[in-house]
Design a protein around this ligand. Structure first.
Ligand code: RTP
Length: 148
């Protein structure tokens, strides 16, 4: 089944939003397959955001991501990449709808609380980068109550 990489950024961890974010994904019906609190090195943050290295905000983005611990997660479920992005909301919180994570909790694009993979291919790469040790393969017994 499809998987996505979700990261609660340092501002989300410092502000105590970890439980709320996890609760939203759990209540939706997605399965938690990987979870860790980790403070990443500069080179690791640069690798994660390498596609944005030419952007003027890249240096500030890397400083932000290494400024404190993040919560790295893998969530699994049908269409979890696209649905996860909808739950997160638009990149700039000025445009994020209320009811989304960024719409409810963020004001600035450079403090937007959370990251979610933007495609199945990015998810595959990001999961391999953040979870080289592999993932848990537990199966939920709620499956028939979530999927027809
Ligand atoms: P993310 O990768 O964090 O899920 O965000 P995204 O796909 O919605 O947006 P992306 O374009 O990949 O940008 C990555 C992160 O860079 C910061 N950003 N700052 N100052 C700016 O104009 C600006 N634009 C983007 C945001 O933290 C964004 O989430």
């Amino acid at each position: 089944m499809e998987q996505t990489f979700i990261m609660i950024k340092p501002d989300g961890v410092q502000r105590g939003l970890v439980g709320d974010v996890i609760g939203r994904f759990e209540k939706k019906g997605f399965y938690l397959k990987g979870l860790k609190l980790i403070t990443v090195e500069r080179s690791f943050a640069e690798k994660h955001y390498e596609d944005l290295s030419a952007k003027p905000f890249f240096a500030g983005l890397v400083e932000y991501i290494i400024s404190g611990p993040v919560v790295a997660m893998v969530w699994e479920g049908k269409n979890v990449v696209v649905t996860g992005r909808k739950m997160i909301g638009a990149t700039n919180p000025s445009n994020s709808e209320p009811g989304t994570i960024r719409g409810d909790y963020a004001i600035e694009v450079g403090r937007n609380v959370i990251h979610g993979s933007d495609s199945v291919e990015s998810a595959r790469k990001e999961i391999a980068l953040w979870f080289p040790e592999g993932l848990s393969n537990w199966q939920s017994n709620l499956h028939p109550w979530i999927y027809e």
